[in-house]
Design a protein around this ligand. Structure first.
Ligand code: NDP
Length: 449
């Protein structure tokens, strides 16, 4: 065999797996034909957060007046922002490649395809490997409606030549609400069109309500309970026709309607690797596919599509196969954040999911953050704990408000460790912060379950 391990895909999952396996002394090859660092680094988490931060500066310039500053918000230069973003992303992608090189992995800037259980075609070369890891990630999808080709997906959003004036975003998942905040903060008029009554299906109901309120008060026009039916030309722009009979005129229509695993033309049948009806690679608890020496990690398995989950899986798999440290990643109590404006962060169970399992005590606090008592911005935060009545364990922590992702990372440790409400209560707060609210929630709001 040419390699002990061959990794298909140089994203978060694949790079980590290849790097750690090579560090354990395995002979590792890795192929990537587009972006080293994958979606997260190039057309996902990292550039997205830079765009969110660009929007925040505009709001801060407005808010500063309440603190005595005379700052006039000038026009925003989209081209300058994208050029700065591109420089940073090239630097990061280069680092990813260097890390692999430094670890001793053999790098192929090529597309890889399985040709048999232990063989691959890598850019025209035949390669054999003892074990293979599929880490090809996923792609955003458009809804199958007439005129869909007129709309963009998140991959394209990072390369727009100019900031559109009117944006219609379809969907209300992570990507939809994040980009609604970005475009709105940078000055575009944003319409958010989604079929559910509230955005962020699966998240805690209070959080979803608070987010809908925050989006609306931030200037985003919400269209709940609506499905898009077709996109037509409208002068230089587009017209989005809706299930309600209404229409939205937009310069940009953005499909944020989910992602699908990248398993097409990978030769999975040739290798005996099964996929689900939606094209996700089927894996067991050890990340093994239906072919025991072939593994799959990250978004291509379509379970919990988050970068830190993908990297953790890549690391655990490399340690298990070559480091003499077999271990698994738990997909429970994974903290997550949506970088909406303001952001949402959560760990553990929503009130609804927890109440379905038994009686819970619910603590909710809504307040105006200190900064906005002076800034005058109409923005409220929400913090919430869901506590198991029998054991006192905190089953879920939820927040909408500035710094929510930063705060939730620490709470994630507490919740994963099984901290009780009493543990939260005996923790002294840091004053004055928003975070201290999580340890001073004294009065139960309601009981559920
Ligand atoms: P999501 O799965 O989060 O959301 C998809 C959206 O599209 C939902 O609002 C869904 O509606 C809607 N939708 C799907 N099918 C249809 C349809 N046929 N008609 C109308 N609406 C439809 O996908 P995203 O594209 O936002 O993101 C993909 C994944 O990437 C996320 O789930 C997350 O795992 C990951 N991600 C994580 C981020 C982070 O950690 N901050 C950031 C970005 C992405 P409904 O809810 O009603 O089904």
């Amino acid at each position: 065999m040419d390699f002990d391990l061959f990794v298909i895909g140089g994203g978060s999952a694949g790079v980590r797996c290849a790097r750690i396996a090579a560090g354990h002394g395995a002979r590792v090859g890795i192929a990537e034909d587009r972006f080293w660092g994958g979606t997260c680094v190039n057309i996902g988490c990292v550039p997205k957060k830079l765009l969110v931060q660009a929007g925040e500066y505009g709001a801060w310039a407005e808010d500063a007046a309440g603190f005595g500053w005379s700052i006039r918000k000038g026009p925003h230069d989209w081209g300058k922002l994208l050029a700065a973003k591109d420089r940073e992303i090239s630097r990061l992608a280069g680092i990813y490649r260097k890390l692999l090189d430094g670890a001793g992995a053999t790098i192929f800037d090529a597309r890889a395809r399985l040709t048999g259980p232990n063989s691959l075609d890598v850019g025209g070369r035949t390669i054999t490997a003892e074990r293979i890891v599929i880490a090809t990630g996923g792609h955003p999808t458009r809804l199958p409606i007439p005129g869909a080709e007129r709309g963009i997906v998140s991959d394209d959003a990072f390369y727009l030549p100019a900031l559109p004036k009117r944006v219609a975003i379809l969907g209300s998942g992570y990507i939809a609400v994040e980009f609604a905040g970005i475009f709105s903060a940078l000055g575009a008029a944003v319409d958010l069109v989604y079929r559910a009554p509230l955005p962020l299906r699966g998240f805690d109901h209070d959080l979803r309500e608070a987010l809908a309120e925050a989006l609306a008060s931030g200037g985003v026009t919400l269209h709940p309970g609506v499905t898009p039916e077709r996109i037509e030309a409208d002068g230089a722009g587009h017209r989005l026709l809706l299930s309600t009979g209404g229409a939205i005129a937009a310069d940009l229509v953005f499909f944020a309607t989910g992602r699908r695993p990248a398993t097409e033309n990978l030769g999975l049948e040739a290798a005996g690797v099964a996929v689900t009806a939606t094209g996700a690679v089927v894996v067991d608890a050890h990340l093994r596919t239906t072919q025991p020496h072939i593994f799959a990690i990250g978004d291509v398995t379509d379970r919990l599509n988050l970068t830190p989950v993908a990297t953790a899986e890549g690391h655990a798999l490399a340690d298990s196969l070559f480091g003499g440290k077999p271990r698994r990643i738990s997909l429970e109590n994974v903290p997550t954040a949506v970088f909406s404006t303001p952001p949402v962060a959560t760990v553990g169970l929503s009130e609804e999911a927890a109440a379905a399992r038994g009686k819970v005590d619910v603590y909710v606090s809504r307040f105006t953050p200190m900064r906005h008592t002076l800034s005058g911005r109409a923005r409220r935060s929400l913090m919430k704990l869901v506590v198991d009545q029998a054991s006192g364990r905190v089953l879920g922590a939820h927040m909408l408000g500035e710094d929510a992702p930063e705060i939730m990372q620490g709470l994630g440790i507490a919740v994963a460790m099984g901290a009780t409400k009493a543990d939260f209560d005996r923790t002294i707060g840091i004053h004055p912060t928003a975070a201290e609210e999580f340890v001073t929630l004294r009065t139960r709001t309601r009981e559920a379950g």
